[in-house]
Design a protein around this ligand. Structure first.
Ligand code: AMP
Ligand code: TRP
Length: 325
């Protein structure tokens, strides 16, 4: 079976953008591939954070992933810092990665513009660690949102440079995108993001979902109720793509273009559908929250399994590069 790898940072609560862009696919792919999923805490420390909160946030993200449907019987779930091989392979990859490629990464430019006082080498190096995450398991498919496509292009570039110099060790990884690969924040301004704080949390209650959605910006063409809208330009409609059955989506799109439904009613349908998907996830989350030892066991078993795969692949990379044994 081909391998899938993906990661999520424990930098805050998982949100609907994470679910729509990535996690829904993580769950779906478990049945078709050998999946390895990672809470990437080494990535999370590339931006300002509270060290006292990191362990709790890491456990909480793992709990949310299990609640969302990651099944430890089918997939492997672990915490990145429990497998030290990730940073060692990142060092090896650093030595085949051109500095200019890192400097032109959009996320690096955005994050450093947002936080000029803390532009660290770690922030610049972030995509190299990401390439190492994937290649330690020789994973070929990576379910992510659109914002990660550029990082994956760089992963492939790193693999090509490594393989050209040292022999064919790694496969080139490809992204797997969802139909809702880029969800905007409710303000409609920027990508929904933990670090911007414009999110609708995945575990929000029905009331919180509605409170958020009702303020959500829709397409700019609908100033008055009788103006026809354009679903393809509407963030609310993009969210429908994850939570609303396809037939109903088409019905809503037509009604929006004909101005026979208003944004308020369209949002009501969405709120109900989000809650239908999320209510059982919320319930499982609360149940697992009361049993942290269960989550810890899953993570420990996941890390043990990953260390054994990662150790072998790292040894192969070290041998290819000619290190003394
Ligand atoms: P992060 O929260 O940055 O660790 O991202 C975890 C996963 O969610 C990655 O695959 C991202 O591409 C995806 N993701 C994050 N934000 C969004 C968004 N607003 N829309 C779609 N996918 C997203
Ligand atoms: N950079 C990714 C994000 O913020 C998280 C991540 C780290 C990742 N390592 C990965 C995603 C490896 C896919 C594969 O969304």
């Amino acid at each position: 079976m081909k391998r899938v790898f993906s990661g999520i940072q424990p930098s805050g609560e998982a949100h609907l953008g994470n679910y729509a862009g990535a996690l829904k696919n993580w769950v779906r792919l478990q049945d078709e591939y050998e999946c390895i999923y990672c809470v990437v805490d080494y990535h999370a420390v590339t931006q300002p954070y509270e060290s006292a909160e990191l362990p709790g946030k890491t456990l909480d993200m793992a709990t949310s992933l299990l609640a969302a449907g990651i099944d430890p019987e089918k997939a492997t779930l672990f915490v990145q810092s429990a497998v030290p091989e990730h940073t060692e392979l990142a060092w090896l990859f650093n030595c085949v990665t051109p500095l200019g490629e890192l400097e032109r990464m959009t996320q690096f430019k955005d994050k450093s513009a947002r936080n000029r006082k803390n532009i660290t080498a770690g922030l610049l190096d972030y995509p190299v660690l990401q390439a190492a995450d994937i290649m330690l398991y020789k994973a070929e498919y990576v379910p992510v949102g659109e914002d990660q496509v550029q990082h994956l292009e760089l992963s492939r570039e790193i693999v090509r440079r490594f393989n050209t110099r040292y022999g064919d060790v790694f496969p080139e990884p490809q992204p797997i995108l969802s139909t809702a690969k880029r969800i905007l924040g409710l303000d409609g301004q920027a990508k929904m993001s933990k670090s911007i704080g414009n999110t609708l949390p995945m575990l929000a209650t029905a009331e919180e979902i509605w409170d958020g959605l009702k303020t959500g910006v829709t397409c700019s063409k609908r100033v008055r109720l009788k103006d026809p809208g354009e679903p393809d330009e509407c963030n609310i409609f993009t969210i429908h793509k994850t939570f609303t059955p396809e037939e109903k989506q088409m019905e809503l799109a037509t009604a929006c273009r004909e101005a026979s439904i208003g944004c308020f009613d369209c949002k009501k349908v969405l709120a109900a559908n989000i809650d239908e998907t999320m209510a059982p996830i919320r319930e499982r989350y609360l149940e697992l929250k009361g049993k942290p030892e269960v989550v810890r066991e899953v993570l420990a078993a996941g890390a043990a399994r990953c260390r054994s795969i990662a150790g072998e692949v790292l040894a192969e990379a070290r041998a290819a590069m000619g290190f003394f044994k």
